[in-house]
Design a protein around this ligand. Structure first.
Ligand SMILES: *[C@@H]1O[C@H](CO)[C@@H](O)[C@H](O)[C@H]1NC(C)=O
Ligand SMILES: *[C@@H]1O[C@H](CO)[C@@H](O)[C@H](O)[C@H]1NC(C)=O
Ligand SMILES: *[C@@H]1O[C@H](CO)[C@@H](O)[C@H](O)[C@H]1NC(C)=O
Ligand SMILES: *[C@@H]1O[C@H](CO)[C@@H](O)[C@H](O)[C@H]1NC(C)=O
Ligand SMILES: *[C@@H]1O[C@H](CO)[C@@H](O)[C@H](O)[C@H]1NC(C)=O
Ligand SMILES: *[C@@H]1O[C@H](CO)[C@@H](O)[C@H](O)[C@H]1NC(C)=O
Length: 379
């Protein structure tokens, strides 16, 4: 059990989706831009001030498009993370870069970095969460920085704290990432040394993190993978004092408590006239090839094309957790604060080939059997 959990949380967590990584930045931008702009509906510009409202951006399919994609080149993005740089770490099949998300009922505007920077002028946008959002942030930074021609007009600040900052000086636009994999406080909050054998969540405490990002103009939250175990050790009290109460609680219940803590914080501290809130939904890890008709006990290593079965869903997404997110945020909406969902779950379910797998920097050397047979699902 312990080993299984470790694998799930440590090694597995790092198998995270580059599909979502490459894609959801575009989707996010589309959601954001579409608030003020007309999305092309059915390919016809909609001039009726309807903003493509009856088009669900998250229902659609992947189409191969090697003419307009990729939006940036991996080797040209100096902010690329070694955890996502598949090409640099030897991946030969690069077709994963050429898939464009096509909603069924409208067209997404093509990503335009200059336009996004204009929207972000004098603004601060922050991604908060786990490695999924970190990937999204890297992707966003690469897309945006690809239109900044003068390298002196942008910088990255990373001093080892939970906050990493990218800034465009010309636009005074800041795009940041804040590491808080469970959103509330936990013993996994260290930005580099967070793979611990036992997870403890301090369920009612978020201020330590939230004070770093509450005052932003755009906040994109996420939290999923680190919760994936049946029970979570939950702490009422503080890590430092000895009189805290610890309890093993069923995961879905703790997840809900964490989102409630988040909601209460946002309700009190966020100025909804200034701040736009988004939540990035869960994204699967594609660990079991048998789910999409592959061989038993293999994972997504070596996959080269998306799943084309409409509505495909594997075991990597937990619908119970999705329901919790919906319920908690519906409640918040009724109390007057809206968090817009960036629902990438279905679209990343299709992308079994979109994981770095072994093609990234390894924190620990690969074991011999992993090198000899990377397809074997190490359980
Ligand atoms: C796009 O892919 C097609 C089919 O694989 C190929 O024939 C074509 O040369 C490619 N075009 C570009 C611009 O890479
Ligand atoms: C991107 O947006 C800018 C500013 O809105 C515009 O001037 C430029 O032509 C756009 N670029 C493309 C390729 O559409
Ligand atoms: C630069 O952007 C920040 C938000 O990130 C804002 O508080 C500040 O006022 C802006 N500076 C100017 C000169 O507009
Ligand atoms: C790192 O940078 C952040 C943001 O600029 C700052 O708040 C923090 O105090 C810095 N931490 C260290 C250890 O220098
Ligand atoms: C937000 O704007 C509305 C309308 O302009 C105003 O009535 C309200 O007081 C503002 N709320 C806050 C928290 O500033
Ligand atoms: C997100 O999409 C999934 C699958 O398409 C759907 O089941 C779920 O209800 C959606 N969630 C929200 C909050 O829109």
């Amino acid at each position: 059990m312990a080993k299984r959990q470790l694998l799930m949380l440590g090694i597995r967590a790092s198998f995270h989706t580059i599909a979502a990584v490459l894609v959801a930045g575009v989707i996010f931008t589309a959601v954001y831009l579409s608030q003020n702009e007309n999305i092309q509906r059915d390919g016809v510009s909609d001039v009726d001030d309807d903003n493509g409202r009856d088009c669900n951006l998250f229902e659609g399919k992947w189409v191969f498009d090697n003419e307009s994609y990729p939006i940036y080149k991996e080797e040209e993005c100096k902010f690329m993370s070694d955890q996502l740089a598949c090409e640099k770490f030897g991946r030969k099949d690069l077709s994963y870069k050429f898939w464009r998300w096509q909603p069924h009922k409208c067209d997404l505007p093509r990503f335009n970095g200059t336009k996004l920077l204009e929207k972000l002028r004098n603004k601060r946008m922050v991604y908060v969460g786990d490695s999924l959002n970190r990937g999204q942030w890297v992707s966003m930074v690469c897309m945006v920085s690809s239109v900044i021609t003068n390298p002196n007009l942008m910088y990255m600040h990373n001093n080892g704290s939970n906050l990493i900052t990218f800034k465009s000086l010309e636009y005074n636009a800041t795009i940041e990432f804040y590491w808080a994999p469970l959103l509330v406080e936990s013993n996994s909050d260290d930005p580099t040394n967070h793979k611990l054998p036992e997870r403890i969540v301090r369920i009612q405490s978020i201020v330590k993190h939230a004070r770093h990002w509450t005052e932003s103009d755009i906040i994109v939250l996420n939290s999923y993978l680190w919760w994936r175990m049946p029970h979570i050790k939950t702490l009422w009290g503080s890590f430092e004092k000895l009189d805290g109460i610890y309890k093993e609680v069923e995961m879905v219940r703790v997840y809900e408590m964490a989102l409630q803590t988040l909601s209460q914080w946002l309700e009190v501290h966020v100025n909804s006239n200034r701040t736009k809130l988004f939540f990035m939904s869960m994204s699967p890890t594609h660990e079991r090839a048998e789910e999409w008709g592959g061989k038993v006990s293999q994972n997504c290593y070596g996959e080269t094309s998306p799943i084309d079965k409409q509505g495909y869903n594997g075991q990597g997404s937990d619908p119970k957790m999705m329901r919790v997110v919906e319920n908690v945020f519906d409640g918040l909406k009724m109390r007057g604060l809206n968090i817009q969902m960036i629902n990438i779950t279905q679209l990343s379910e299709y992308r079994k080939e979109g994981h770095p797998s072994i093609y990234r920097k390894q924190w620990e050397a690969l074991k011999e059997d992993e090198i000899l047979n990377p397809r074997i699902d190490d359980k």
